[in-house]
Ligand binder design. Sequence first.
Ligand code: C2E
Ligand code: CA
Ligand code: CA
Length: 555
Amino acid sequence: MADVINEVTVAQICKIIDLLNPCMDDYVYVYDLVNDFYYISPSATGRFCLPASTFHDVVANHAKFVYEPDLTALQDDLAELIEGKKDSHNLHYRWLSVNREPIWINCRGQVIRQDGKPLYMIGCINETGKRQQADNVSGLLGISHLKALISSDSFTLPDGYMLRLGLDDFKEINEKLGIEYGDMLLKRTAECISGCLLPQQQLYRAGSDEFLIADFSGRTIDEATIQYKQIRQSIDQFVEDNNYEAVFTISGGILPNSSCKSYGFNGIMKFSEFSLNEAKREGKNHSSIFDQEKYEKFLRRRRLTQLIRKSITNNFEGFEAYLQPLFCAKDNSLYGAEALMRFKTEEFGMVSPGEFIPVLEESGLIIPVGKWMLNESLELCNRIHQIDPYFRISINISYIQVLKSNIIAEILTAVTEHSIVPSTVIIELTESGLVAPDARITKLWSRMKDQGIKLALDDFGTGYSNFHYLNELKPDIIKIDRTFTVKAVQNEYEYNLLSLISNMVHSMNLKICVEGIETTDELGKMKELLPDYCQGYLFGKPCPYDEFVEKYLCR
Ligand code: C2E
Ligand code: CA
Ligand code: CA
């Protein structure tokens, strides 16, 4: 074999490489060891930052496109080849793409000798990280085919839609029934979907448990919904025929091609993934149509989460504790303040707590930020205590903090560290989280009480309070939410209901704070209920510490 090959000249090999170039995804090369010359499939120059498809001074030139940390390994290997110490080359390392990003490649080659003297090395380079082009489990084309199609210069996306399909809870099926069984289900699912395909549609495998139908026929999203339902039916039928051995469902994200024409392949993948996730979020076994507005909200939430993370690592920059005054209803004296969190960024300006608190809760970041807020609020309280030692600070705690962090220890440590008299601290928990008794909440509640810290049940009237449970917990203060106040002012039935509740609360020896009083009318009506404390814009909006001190403590 070698005898025949060494009769072939390097120039002839270069011609053969040119001939093969349009038919291959990989890159064939020849390295002329006599003349220090290199030739590679011309298509490689479109992928890697090579000086050209042909160059001299091979080792030195490699330094221009090999990822720097991998260069020594390559040079060592080439040195052994040049010195004749070995005949074959097989190295996994990284080349730089045209955008100078490292790309894993596997370079294999064979040295051809004549009379023992190395003449040239011939070999092939393939991209190790390249996605599988076809999937042997489902028997479908891989998504990289769609990418190649859409990314080609001559292609314009026709009207139609993308229907992205994902098995619901596939991980669980794999865990319960094994990966082989999971593979069988994927195959059957692919068959069910294929059976529902219409003319001018192509089905791709789009990730481990996802598929994508690309429709280029101008069909509408209503037709996509019908197609999704047919697929779902076909899967239900399979589950039934399979004697319910594995019961599973499929969700679908629908994307009209018109909404992603200028976003290319990446846009299609991102938007269709978002729609599929929405369908899953909305309860699974269901399809959801891409909604640009929702997507933008999702991006904003994601960006906000990033900014919050950045702020946390930056000593909570942008977070601030505002204070809103609480007054005693009897004599209008200052009772204390509720500490309310604020978050400001250059990009978004002041973000409302209604927006960022749910982001903090969902991401779990309420744990570090809530701890910071607790300490900040107590620090401000300590400073106010120099002026008014009886001043109360009321701090909001989220249920996530109760359920997922050691909030009891955090509160007790912070109260001690800031030298605060515990009876001047109020912890607010919302009513809506207290639907059912929970051991962790009861424990927090009793530990706080043991230490003399007061407890307030926030947003009363928005949840479904169970009076029996209320009696068990015995919070010190019940805060009547503004929605309840507004309803009571406008509607007699609501007012009577509130009046009954407030009598009952008072008979249990608990205090009442009415929140959100904006007008003198509201104040007049609510005062008839004989509340203990009042809070609202009428008395003062939440404001920064300095302003608070100036307005309410230096009078
Ligand atoms: P919340 O605990 O019910 O706080 C009272 C909210 O009512 C505050 O909104 C306050 O600015 C607003 N408010 C006060 N008086 C009036 C009024 O007269 N009229 C109207 N329309 N609103 C009034 P804010 O500051 O936007 O906070 C919203 C919610 O965010 C809070 O409701 C609370 O649930 C949450 N939150 C704020 N800070 C924190 C915090 O530090 N930790 C936790 N876990 N939640 C917080
Ligand atoms: Ca509150
Ligand atoms: Ca409230």
